[in-house]
Design a protein around this ligand. Structure first.
Ligand code: MN
Length: 426
């Protein structure tokens, strides 16, 4: 994906809000998402521009309102669509008169999942998170030996993936309280978030036919943010030997816009494993993956407590990290997932796993920031947190910026914790 005219940092749009310096959706971004005008209306395929969304069918760029039409396009035709959208939305283009009628204010529509989601797999590619959490769960062997050789993952559920704005009840689950000999069914006491990116699959692969590393990115539509809400006490009791289960599948929130790999082309970075650590096996290695396999995306977690909301306080940033610090690239996730012939399909979501930075304060979970719940963090209004409390709203944000490129953002991935139901309903 070479740089082209659509990455010109000086290009501006006739949609004025897209030209603000801090806008997540300038002309150079053009992320895809679905929206509807009301709860009983049909979903429409759109592209974000400034604080607006352009209806792709109404603008004559798609035959239907179905986002699958975009995802089924071969990579070259997706590129042609990006060029057409860029030119049509560019300042001075004659399409303005027609396309203005296909614009809707993002604040006045409902933003949903970007497409119908197929399967959801969650990887564990953030090595700093894996080390920090491993130290808490297994002080003797924080990283298990396989970690340095392959991107590990578990199969999650797509059914509980919801677009930003999700509000969910604190879940009930089976927990073994400290010192107890028998577990209890209780409200989770250790509710947490996980700062992740979601990889959205465009074209899939045929069952039985692995995707080589050199072709892996052509199967990737783009990225959004993903919050893999987790009940740590449920997780600690249930996770061995088969991995996460009910600690994870009660809610997973994603941001509504898919930022394409084309939009991210100016923000690529070199990738390597540190000297002295195992180097990737040949099927997980290529010259392109080494020279530009990583993505330089700034990630942030924000918390607004119920008290902050009541007092008109917008909340505070809990951590910052960068997706560049992952131990495996997106291409390696795709190739590893298909090395046995497993077939990915359009609309599948691959989570990266929590993307923490190397420093303790860069942890992408409260589990890390509070060091296993032992050291509460103090918020700017004096409140403290080891884990999430009822009424807390967590917002993930991400953006990419570099000298010589236009800054692009991902939009918000926001979710709110509601009190547990009075009884588990059983
Ligand atoms: Mn996760």
């Amino acid at each position: 994906m070479p740089l082209d005219a659509t990455h010109d940092p000086l290009a501006t749009s006739w949609v004025a809000s897209a030209n603000a310096a801090d806008c997540d959706f300038p002309l150079q971004n053009l992320p895809f998402g679905r929206f509807r005008l009301g709860p009983t209306e049909d979903w429409r395929a759109g592209v974000a521009i400034g604080d607006q969304v352009l209806d792709l069918q109404q603008a004559g760029q798609l035959q239907s309102a179905d986002m699958a039409e975009v995802m089924q396009l071969p990579a070259a035709e997706r590129h042609a669509l990006r060029l057409a959208l860029f030119e049509g939305l560019r300042a001075g283009n004659a399409r303005q008169r027609h396309w203005e009628l296909a614009l809707y204010a993002q604040g006045e529509v409902e933003l949903g999942l970007p497409c119908a989601v197929g399967d959801f797999t969650d990887f564990y590619s953030g090595i700093h998170h894996a080390r920090h959490v491993g130290q808490l769960f297994r002080p003797d062997t924080p990283l298990l030996p396989n970690y340095l050789w392959l991107p590990i993952a578990y199969h999650g559920r797509a059914s509980s993936l919801v677009a930003s704005g999700q509000r969910f009840h604190r879940p009930w689950g089976q927990v073994l309280p400290a010192g107890a000999t028998a577990p209890q069914l209780m409200r989770t006491q250790r509710l947490d978030y996980e700062l992740e990116l979601a990889l959205w699959v465009a074209q899939g692969n045929t069952l039985g036919e692995p995707v080589p590393l050199t072709e892996a990115e052509s199967h990737v539509w783009g990225l959004s943010l993903l919050n893999d809400w987790s009940a740590r006490d449920v997780q600690a009791w249930e996770y061995q030997p088969l991995g996460p289960f009910l600690a994870k599948n009660f809610a997973t929130t994603v941001s509504p816009w898919v930022v394409t790999l084309e939009a991210l082309a100016p923000f690529r970075s070199a990738f390597s494993h540190p000297p002295g650590e195992p180097q990737p096996l040949p099927y997980l290695d290529s010259a392109a993956n080494r020279s530009r396999g990583a993505f330089d995306i700034q990630l942030e977690v924000w918390l607004q407590t119920a008290r902050m909301q009541a007092e008109g306080d917008a909340g505070q940033r809990l951590s910052r990290s960068n997706s560049r610090d992952a131990y495996w690239t997106l291409a390696q996730l795709v190739t590893q997932h298909t090395v046995n012939g497993c077939n990915l399909r359009a609309g599948d979501v691959l989570g990266t796993g929590t993307l923490s930075g190397p420093l303790q304060e860069q942890g992408g979970t409260l589990l890390e920031l509070s060091q296993g719940g032992l050291h509460p963090i103090t918020l700017h209004n004096g409140e403290q947190r080891c884990f999430l409390e009822d009424g807390d709203t967590v917002t993930l944000q991400a953006y990419a910026e570099r000298p010589g490129a236009r800054r692009i953002g991902f939009g918000a991935c926001r979710g709110t914790v509601l009190p547990a139901r009075v009884s588990p309903g059983l």
